[in-house]
Design a protein around this ligand. Structure first.
Ligand code: ADP
Length: 481
């Protein structure tokens, strides 16, 4: 399919229910071949301020709708995503690079947040608290926070948006979204569907372009009461500083440095399967991708050789090619970083079991790689690689591996494979991370709380906890009774 023919392809910004254009434009490129897909209007401060005004005005009406009315609109939005799944997946693979089958998977995952939060929005209950005085009553209600600024990354161009827009809109908030400049087309497509779903003008606005200008306008505005951000720890910290002046609420999903531990009592084949799913999904470009494999001595050789065998079966190709499992990295900088991590590790004594270099396809393609004999002096142990490289470290005891696994400022996801029930509990409780996959390599689902501890972030997304990030508690004391 040629995405240019899709009714979902838009090239402007979406403010107050209208598509607007600008003379300042920038090219959105296809990471598989470097070609320009289309040029889109670039937004800056003034467009962002207009979007905030629209969201502020729309909030007055949107918050007054019944929870059921909002629920129906959000649910319809999710249904429309599924009705347009092929178009959305095509747009996604074209601008982001992930294999088409994975893109289709993300489209369903994205829709699941609308389905889930359309339900949760109807269950934002308050409390009646036994009063401290006989002549009064205490009632607690939950109210939408107000205008939310959402800033999203390129690795999940659709799902990271719906994971924020679903709970925000269901709770009665309105939103100004700044998608990643690498993948704005998926977000714009979502805005087309918002309109079709009957989301009123101004409730959901999208501006893409100059990240610093848009981010600055969102952060400085007093009308924006909350920021929900998914992206790098560096930008997350910047936003946290900027939020101080207007005491904005923050939800931050930042970088990870996920450990994946294989104990000697693990089912090794299951561990390899989990490792493949967790490490190589999206070509290693997810914040919950494994960054460090810790393998107990006695199973080290068995695990690493089986992992290398599985990795050899992956197919590096453009996301539209049949059977493709590893698309390109998002851009040249990302490919350079992966290459520098591998070069540094090899120079310091790592052994390449498979891969280890740029793919013969050229451009942003990198061979899926397994490195043995890695140690903690290497760059790869200390920074998120965000690419298809499995670095394998040895360990001998449970205490030692917990110390190594926790020796990071990040704390998003961690994984381990073991069967001994005592060990399972000790390790699950000992890992400093918001999410723990136990004998499981894929942990993302709309029904569970996703989020990190330490420098990996604040707040949770998905599940019943996810909607709490978009409401304020109001306590009413009713006297004179
Ligand atoms: P990544 O390394 O995943 O690209 P970034 O943190 O750079 O992570 O990007 C995540 C999102 O943050 C993107 O939408 C990007 O445009 C946005 N962003 C980058 N810099 C800023 C900034 N100064 N203010 C607000 N948003 C920003």
């Amino acid at each position: 399919m040629n995405i240019k023919q899709s009714e979902l392809l838009q090239t402007g910004f979406y403010i107050n229910g209208k598509w607007q254009q600008s003379n300042i434009r920038y090219a959105v490129t296809n990471p598989a071949n470097g070609e320009t897909i289309t040029e889109i209007a670039s937004a800056g401060e003034s467009e962002t301020l207009a979007a905030i005004e629209a969201a502020k005005a729309a909030f007055k009406q949107w918050r007054k709708k019944t929870a059921k009315e909002r629920s129906l609109a959000v649910r319809r939005w999710g249904e429309l995503i599924m009705e347009h799944q092929q178009d959305l997946a095509t747009i996604m693979t074209t601008e982001q690079g992930k294999p088409y089958a994975e893109a289709l998977g993300e489209v369903s995952y994205a829709a699941s947040f609308f389905e889930w939060f359309a339900e949760e929005g109807k269950r934002i209950y308050g409390d009646v608290i036994p009063s401290h005085r006989a002549d009064s009553r205490i009632v607690v209600t939950k109210e939408p926070i107000g205008v939310v600024g959402a800033i999203t990354p390129w690795n999940f161009p659709l799902a990271m948006v719906t994971r924020k827009a679903g709970p925000a809109l269901a709770a009665g908030c309105t939103m100004v979204l700044k998608p990643s400049e690498e993948t704005p087309l998926s977000a714009m497509a979502l805005a087309v569907l918002a309109e079709k779903a009957g989301i009123p003008a101004g409730v959901f606005n999208v501006v893409s372009g100059d990240a610093t200008a848009i981010g600055g306008a969102l952060m400085e505005s007093k009308a924006v009461r909350k920021i929900s951000f998914t992206g790098s720890t560096r930008v997350g910290k910047l936003l946290m500083r900027q939020a101080a002046d207007s005491v904005k609420k923050l939800s931050l999903e930042l970088g990870g440095n996920a450990p994946f531990i294989v104990f000697d009592d693990a089912d090794i084949d299951a561990a390899v399967e989990g490792a493949m799913a967790s490490k190589f999904r999206n070509t290693g470009q997810t914040c919950v991708c494994v960054n460090r494999f810790y393998i107990q001595d006695s199973v080290y050789d068995a695990f690493t050789s089986k992992l290398a065998e599985a990795v050899n079966k992956l197919k590096v190709a453009s996301g539209f090619e049949d059977g493709a499992t590893q698309g390109p990295l998002i851009n040249a900088m990302a490919a350079d970083k992966v290459e520098s991590h591998v070069t540094d590790a090899v120079a310091k004594g790592a052994v390449v079991l498979t891969g280890g270099k740029r793919s013969k396809l050229g451009g942003n393609f990198f061979e899926p790689t397994v490195l043995a004999n890695t140690d903690h002096e290497m760059l790869i142990a200390n920074e998120e690689t965000f690419g298809p490289v499995a670095a394998c470290y040895r360990f001998s005891s449970e205490e030692e591996v917990l110390e190594m696994a926790n020796n990071t400022e990040s704390g998003l996801a961690a994984y381990f494979y073991a069967r001994d029930i005592g060990r399972v509990w000790r390790v699950a409780e000992g890992l400093e991370s918001g999410i723990v996959g136990i004998n499981q390599g894929i942990i993302s689902t709309e029904v569970a709380p996703f989020g990190g501890v330490k420098e990996s972030g604040l707040g949770r997304e998905g599940s019943k906890y996810g909607i709490e990030d978009y409401v304020e508690v109001k306590y009413m004391l009713m006297g004179g009774i």
